[in-house]
Ligand binder design. Sequence first.
Ligand code: LLP
Length: 431
Amino acid sequence: MKVVPDSYIVDEKGDAYIGGVSLKHLAEKHHTPLYILDEQTIRRNCRLYTEALSRYYPNSKVLYAGKANLNVGLINLMNHEGLGLDVVSGGELYTALKSQMEPRSIYFHGNNKSVEELRLALQNGVSIVVDNYQELQNLVALGKEGLRSKILIRLKPEIEAHTHDYIKTGQIDSKFGFDKEDLIRVTSIIKANDSLKYIGLHAHIGSQIFDIEPFLDLVDILFEHVGHIQKEVGLETAVLNLGGGIGIQYMTEDDPPEIPVYIEAVTTKIKRVCALKGMTEPQLIFEPGRSVIGNAGVTIYTVGTIKEIHDIKTYVFVDGGMADNPRPMMYQAEYTYALVRDTGKEKKVYAIAGKFCESGDILTHSVELPEVEVGDHIVVFATGAYNYAMASNYNRAVKPAMVLVNKGDVKILVRREKWEDVIACDQEITF
Ligand code: LLP
């Protein structure tokens, strides 16, 4: 997996293309900031999962974690690749229900789902990943309205994985999921209620993870509980959902595992554990977000102003920033940058800042680029995940458009907001 989309090329004149479409042309026609997604890369990432699984563990499903980047067209593309969907809010669920995705392929997560959100999910046959006792109680109550629930239980895995290391703790204070001590009580409640059906266990250990080992430990932890639930409650765990979390390259030095290597390691471990314990192999679910969509996306901006501050710093001001990509501010996230037209001029060091009224609105403090001029377009790579999804209207900015490119074709997935959209919910109160 690379930082740039599969179809990214730079021609002999220095002009960049994705999906056979010139980025300069896209900037001119669709304006900037603009999110661009490469269909070829998305499909390839999906297939890295589905093909590895059909080889190593066919009894499995891949759910796209919609929180990474969600809109109706994108869900339809994931559906076309045979993926299901994980949603985490009423808004994501509503979007999914407007798509071609079958509701039975949708799984609903969240630590504070409202009764209305749960009702909408159950009315449509969406599966529920239950987070806490209150939610279980709400599902029991909805059962009295004749709504049946298919349930996975979210377990606090007691593993916390970060990019390069992880810890196993006795008692993690995550807000998500049940403690392991709760599992027998939870499964007993489910067993005692006719409207609830236990399908299996879910755990998610973190995001942008580069190590495979914590996932292997997770398998051990989950199987301990599978055995325990079977013995104590007599319920069979038909499904294990291992969450998402495999990292991607943002900078060329980042070294995440290849998706098939991760799938092979985890499935081999599961088969070994099942053989050893004489257990039936469960259906496996994976929920990747970032590793499906992250490197398929880029953002392009236009440079409006260049400000030199004595000999200290040269700022390049772009027409977006923290509203379309809050990750540098929130997580000190780093990205790879290039000029849409590489002029071949001598390289200089720049800070790239956004246009928002906040001094922290800096995309990068230091990047080397060929000499930048006002009007140039800058491309930022690997912005497909958690950029549009986390975008805001700060300073009443309009959210950018998102286009999908492939073989010279351009589809608008999300149109650019207009200033009318910004005031659409304002009521005309006058004094
Ligand atoms: N499943 C569950 C239950 C999750 O909570 C998440 C992500 C995923 C799957 C997908 O994880 P992925 O494959 O994308 O790593 N806003 C942060 C990332 C938050 C991830 C939250 N959970 C960021 O911009 O880095």
